[in-house]
Design a protein around this ligand. Structure first.
Ligand code: SF4
Ligand code: SF4
Ligand code: SF4
Ligand code: FES
Length: 1005
């Protein structure tokens, strides 16, 4: 859990307070002391950050010399004493120096919740009086970020925030000006937070050991007395301070502890899983009724202390006034509110009528990749058992199906082959067509950290110079849609030059000869012509990949949303196979899943050709199992996928559609074509949180509950199944999706009888070999399982350690073919259109535009154009322009940046106005194997309009900031201050000068 720490050394023994302890050579001594459960102050130490060494409170005697337990690497035979007079004096002195920087007013502090390190350390050390009184520092509080504030007067200068920002999030915004007379934390070297490069990920706040960094949603809300008006609050602090002067700290601390305990009566802390992207961050949500006080990460397997702005602060949408709170039924051109009874009865009646009149295949169902596994399972159960059709799909059709297919063809399982731990441990990470830092922010932090700490080399292939591209050791910009070619050419070079892993190929892989023949024509010279990357570059790349010990390849929609998405995904897998990069720590294939549960929606069988666990609908064992469990026979004919559903509706073959939690009208390609399909339907049911653009076409709109309002499980990109618990009850008038399906099924004669999602998971486990051992008991709290899970509960975070998922256990090299762009720019449409996510927004933006702070910093979409194009057409940022394709037109403001080049333009997927969504422009061509639309294969022209407005990215957007990279806190600069002495009045202690100090001090007491 949490970011990578240095690998452990050999096992050794040390003595701590007279007892022998097992330890690892080189690990921080404080870890040994903590494992032994010996109470020791350690204010700046956080296990996920590692030693920072700024506070000195962890002073202990090591072989007779007082030193920092966190900053001392274990050596064999060390003798450590934590409670000698010298150590205690140093600990207390260190703490006294810290609280001289901090106004102790715990009783009226919003952070007084039992987990304040500064408060708790006071108790650990039994301190009753401050000898160095607090003096205000003369800085204002910084309130300029919409989500959090910094109070310099409360800042103890521990540097945890700096370490987190520099070396975990690697946004490199924070520093401490150690040389200043009064140091403080700085954003971009001294900017207001709101004008800095801060991306509001929240790492710094989550690790701050006190209230110096605090979520604004906590201020005045968490404590019994913290919401009182400012003059009264200030007087309360004066009273508290007055008592301390006369009676010492203990009585005050006793009162504050009583106050803190009283908060448990109204502050609820509930574990959930993020509802946005496929990284699958989990955290506790603190609430007081429906008010979200804060999100606290720490224990999640995928994320530890990490979040991005969406998971940490993106929750306003749950309590948005726009939430639907009543079913709606179409009445001519309008909608009227209806009772649940009436709406559900209407849905059941119309489905029954249409099935009777046109057969089961006249109905289709779209599951939500944002809903839970249990809910996706029920959608396909509803389609197959209640209706009798395989017309069921989910939005992985729009992004991930080609990657899943490419992996199924080569290694047998259509999911990531390992976990984030593997990616962190790779010696080389290659990303292809993935804006990882914006689309999978927390996963990207691990790549950035591993690179910054020197463990990993990063090579990025993309047509756009996004953040990870800028940071990469190598950034390559192939021509759009040509990834297959360089992958094939690099593979050929490796094989032609004997650089392949022969043992691995011989023992674990089939199809080498056919594969070799299939890539015969992909010489480096041909690749140079097609991709624009030089033959020398590709040769160097081939040699590097072949020589690296552990290679991971990450890819996303830049690969999959092309006409050859499946074959390119398989080509990535082929390259990993010929170089032996599967089945070991730090290796493998990672198609990064977009939605929080897009992996789960497919795993659960919301697909037209497979039931849960990718069991084919004509697999005799699956048929048998489902017959026994559901009492119906699975039909063997593949159903319609999302794309085919719309075509069938336009043809008149599909009459009814039920869409759950999917803004299909804006996220499918060719939005105008989609609209035509919706209008052709006889009956459309839309289930969502809001009256979405898709809902405009509905006959019945059902108000769903949000993820915070229900129990269930999500499966992240690692195949990691994680539980979410109900943080707050469903908003009045809404229902969780699983209850809605259950209610309609019952009205259609199928009494499922579920009263809790745990029962659905039990059914999933009975029907699905990959989920045989999955149960809610095994997923309690922060426990997780990475499927496949055996009946005894053994899971497989890293796949293919011994076998690939084919009958003979061997992988299969795939012989694919290159499918060039169909829509390369021409005379009429001279620009290549690229689209994708932005860090702050998710997908079309229905949820994130409802988060005030996000909308303030990133208010709308734009079209990003290159400086070359801007110069050629005399366009400036802020100018309005119309982008026109063969399929539609949108009106957007221009943003000129160096991220795009030449005649390529980029439009984010999020759009405030449905009429300007980028998918008005995309066409209907798609991946030959999976029908995934080739969104990234679109040509457009740009008509410049006369209006000019302000820059579409406001000055407060972090992209305008100027980060200040450095190697962490740089505590040596603190130690070099003339006023710094090691606590206890001893000599300054620098780095590893333990021995010198020992000599200077002589023997211990
Ligand atoms: S980017 Fe901003 S929120 Fe994230 S750690 Fe850095 S300063 Fe804190
Ligand atoms: S703001 Fe940073 S340096 Fe100050 S107390 Fe919090 S984590 Fe430590
Ligand atoms: S959006 Fe993704 S990276 Fe951000 S907190 Fe949620 S799961 Fe984590
Ligand atoms: S905990 Fe060791 S110096 Fe702060």
């Amino acid at each position: 859990m949490g970011p990578t720490r240095p690998p452990r050394g050999a096992q050794v023994q040390v003595t701590v307070d007279g007892a022998t302890q097992a330890a690892w050579l080189g690990e921080p001594l404080v870890d040994v002391i903590n494992r032994a459960q010996i109470e020791l102050a350690q204010v700046c130490y956080h296990p996920q950050l590692g030693p920072i060494q700024t506070c000195d409170t962890c002073a202990v005697e090591i072989d007779g010399v007082v030193g920092r337990a966190c900053g001392t690497p274990v050596q064999a035979g060390m003798v450590v004493r934590t409670q000698t007079n010298a150590a205690r004096t140093a600990q207390r002195d260190a703490y006294d120096r810290i609280v001289a920087n901090h106004d102790l007013y715990c009783t009226v502090c919003d952070n007084n919740n039992g987990n304040c390190t500064v408060h708790n350390t006071l108790g650990v050390l039994g301190i009753d009086h401050q000898t160095r009184p607090f003096q205000p520092k003369g800085f204002e509080k910084d309130m300029s970020n919409p989500f959090y504030r910094y109070d310099p007067d409360q800042c103890i200068l521990c540097g945890r925030c700096v370490e987190a920002c520099q070396n975990v999030q690697v946004n490199e915004t924070l520093t401490i000006n150690w040389e200043a007379e009064q140091p403080r934390v700085l954003w971009d070297g001294g900017k207001p937070i709101g004008e800095s490069s801060c991306v509001s990920c929240g790492h710094c706040i989550s690790v701050c050991p006190c209230n110096a960094l605090q979520e604004k949603s906590m201020l005045g809300e968490a404590g019994l007395f913290t919401g009182i008006p400012l003059p009264v609050w200030n007087s309360a602090i004066d009273v508290v301070k007055g008592v301390e002067a006369s009676a010492g700290l203990k009585p005050i601390m006793n009162v504050s502890e009583i106050e803190s305990a009283a908060r448990d009566r109204y502050i609820k802390k509930t574990k959930t899983v993020c509802t946005y992207c496929g990284v699958g961050c989990s955290f506790d949500v603190w609430t007081d009724e429906r008010h979200i006080l804060k999100v606290e990460p720490g224990l999640g397997h995928a994320n530890g202390i990490s979040t991005c702005v969406k998971g940490k602060f993106g929750w306003d949408y749950v309590n948005s006034e726009d939430r639907l709170t009543s079913p709606l039924i179409r009445d001519g051109d309008r909608f009227r509110e209806a009772s649940w009874d009436e709406a559900l009865a209407l849905v059941a009646r119309r489905f029954t009528e249409i099935r009777a009149a046109k057969g089961p295949d006249a109905l289709a169902f779209v599951a939500s990749s944002k809903a839970s596994n249990e809910e996706a399972f029920l959608v396909q159960k509803f389609a197959r058992q209640v209706i009798g059709t395989n017309n069921v799909d989910n939005c992985s059709r729009y992004c991930q199906s080609p990657a899943s297919k490419g992996l199924s063809l080569t290694v047998g399982i259509g999911g990531d082959s390992g976990t984030i731990k593997d990616i962190e441990n790779a010696s080389l990470v290659i990303t292809v067509g993935s804006n990882t830092a914006e689309s999978h922010p927390v996963l990207a932090t691990r790549v950035k950290r591993a690179q910054k700490l020197g463990h990993t080399r990063v090579i990025v292939f993309d047509i756009r110079e996004h953040e990870l591209a800028r940071r990469a050791d190598e950034f390559h910009r192939p021509n759009p849609g040509t990834d297959f070619v360089w992958l094939a050419a690099v593979s050929k070079f490796i094989l032609d030059n004997g650089l392949e892993d022969r043992d691995f190929l011989r023992e674990r892989v089939n199809g080498l000869d056919e594969f070799r023949a299939s890539i015969e024509e992909y010489t480096l010279e041909r690749a140079e012509r097609e991709t624009g990357l030089s033959a020398a570059t590709l040769e160097a790349l081939a040699r590097r990949i072949a020589s690296e010990d552990r290679v991971c390849i990450l890819w996303a929609m830049g690969v999959t949303q092309q006409c050859g998405g499946t074959d390119t995904s398989a080509a990535i897998s082929n390259l990993l196979l010929i170089t032996g990069n599967y089945g070991r720590l730090g290796t493998g294939a990672y198609p990064l899943r977009g939605h929080n549960n897009v992996q789960g929606a497919s795993d659960m069988g919301a697909q037209p050709d497979a039931v849960s666990g990718y069991q084919k609908i004509d697999d005799p064992f699956a048929v048998q199992r489902h017959e026994r469990e559901w009492g119906v026979t699975l039909r063997p004919e593949r159903g319609l996928d999302n794309t085919q559903m719309i075509d069938a509706a336009i043809r008149g073959d599909l009459r009814a559609l039920w869409i759950t939690g999917e803004e299909m009208s804006l996220t499918d390609a060719n939005a105008n074509h989609l609209q035509e399909g919706f209008e052709a339907l006889e009956f459309l049911v839309v289930q969502d949180l809001y009256f979405t653009n898709t809902a405009r076409f509905a006959d019945v709109v059902l108000p769903a509950a949000a993820s915070l309002e229900k129990d269930g499980t999500f499966t992240n990109t690692e195949r990691r199944i994680q539980r979410l618990y109900e943080v707050m009850p469903p908003l009045k008038g809404t229902k969780p999706d699983w209850q809605i399906y259950t209610a309609v099924a019952e009205r259609m004669g199928h009494r499922w009888g579920y009263t809790h999602p745990a029962q659905i998971m039990a059914e999933i486990a009975r029907l699905t070999p990959h989920f045989a051992g999955v149960s809610y008991d095994r997923l309690e709290g922060y426990d997780t399982l990475c499927w496949p899970v055996a009946e005894d509960g053994t899971d497989q975070p890293l796949l293919y350690t011994e076998r690939f998922n084919f009958p003979d256990g061997k992988a299969r090299l795939h012989t694919g073919e290159y499918r060039p762009r169909q829509q390369a720019p021409n005379d009429q449409f001279d620009l290549h259109l690229n689209s994708g996510r932005m860090l702050e927004h998710f997908h079309e933006g229905n949820m994130t535009f409802r988060v005030a702070g996000i909308a303030e910093k990133t208010p709308d979409a734009f079209v990003e154009i290159s400086p070359e194009l801007a110069a050629e057409r005399s366009i400036q940022s802020g100018q309005w322009a119309r982008l026109v394709s063969e399929h539609g037109a949108v009106r957007l403001q221009v943003l000129v940046t160096g991220r795009v080049s030449g005649n390529q333009v980029f439009v984010p997927m999020n759009a405030r106005k449905a009429e300007d969504a980028v998918n008005r422009l995309t066409g209907s061509q798609g991946d030959a194997t999976t029908n995934t639309p080739a969104y990234k294969d679109t040509r457009v022209r740009l008509d410049v309009l006369h209006d000019v407005g302000p820059n579409p990215l406001p000055a407060t957007n972090p992209r305008w900031g100027h980060p200040t990279p450095q190697q962490g806190v740089e505590v040596e600069r603190k130690w070099a201050r003339p006023d710094y002495v090691f606590p206890g009045g001893l000599l300054p202690m620098h780095g590893d000068s333990l021995n010198a100090r020992a000599d200077a001090l002589g023997a211990d007491d």
